[in-house]
Design a protein around this ligand. Structure first.
Ligand SMILES: CC(C)(COP(=O)(O)OP(=O)(O)OC[C@H]1O[C@@H](n2cnc3c(N)ncnc32)[C@H](O)[C@@H]1OP(=O)(O)O)[C@@H](O)C(=O)NCCC(=O)NCCS
Length: 172
């Protein structure tokens, strides 16, 4: 069963494993072969906690039963404009291409629009990252431009139109 929990400091070992896995970060990090360490990720977590308190970041850890298998989140959250950037990493090939990315992103998008009331989400994805591009297309993200090796995409909260009832004027 796939479940989602708020990202905590206990996830530092997952972050180290994930960010040091070349296949996972190939299209995500500028320098995919630069190793990270527990110390660096603990420092990262200090900054994360500050940004979380200020409502700028909100990350979730993805679990398959009791095993943490990835993480995803919202960054650069701006409640006035109503937008945020969104990302996801599944940290082992064993868990990819099985629909977990779609399930997880659906959860996070629902949380962003319904619970936080955000109006739009944006992301950048490497042009070579075909699985991610397919995933974002399937979720309804629209391409809005390019920046070097990246495609920029955005998703707007669906507008639920109020039900309007009106009378057809009588002809007599
Ligand atoms: C990108 C990622 C999140 C996608 O999650 P996933 O669980 O592997 O993808 P899913 O199984 O949910 O598939 C989603 C869509 O991708 C497409 N897809 C799946 N496998 C594919 C493949 N081998 N080739 C091309 N497209 C594929 C399908 O269109 C699928 O939609 P479907 O429901 O119609 O089948 C995941 O592979 C991952 O974490 N990759 C490494 C990190 C990364 O690149 N993150 C994205 C940063 S922008």
């Amino acid at each position: 069963m796939i479940t989602f929990k708020p990202h905590t400091r206990e996830d530092v070992p997952l972050r180290v494993r994930c960010l040091n896995d070349y296949q996972t970060v190939l299209y995500v990090l500028d320098q995919p072969s630069d190793p990270t360490t527990e110390e660096l990720q603990n420092k990262w977590f200090d900054t994360y906690e500050e940004k979380f308190q200020n409502g700028i970041k909100k990350f979730f850890t993805i679990f398959s039963n009791d095993e943490s298998i990835g993480f995803m989140g919202l960054s650069n959250m701006n409640r006035e404009i109503g937008n945020a950037s969104i990302f996801i990493l599944l940290c082992s090939d064993e868990y990819r291409r099985r629909g977990i990315g779609r399930l997880s992103m659906n959860y996070l998008i629902g949380y962003a629009f319904n619970d936080l009331g955000l109006r739009s989400l944006y992301l950048e994805v490497d042009k070579a990252n075909l699985i991610a591009i397919n995933l974002y297309n399937r979720l309804g993200f629209q391409e809005i431009g390019e920046d070097g090796r990246f495609i920029l995409m955005t998703l707007s909260r669906p507008i639920s139109l109020p039900v309007v009832s009106f009378m057809i004027p009588s002809l007599v």
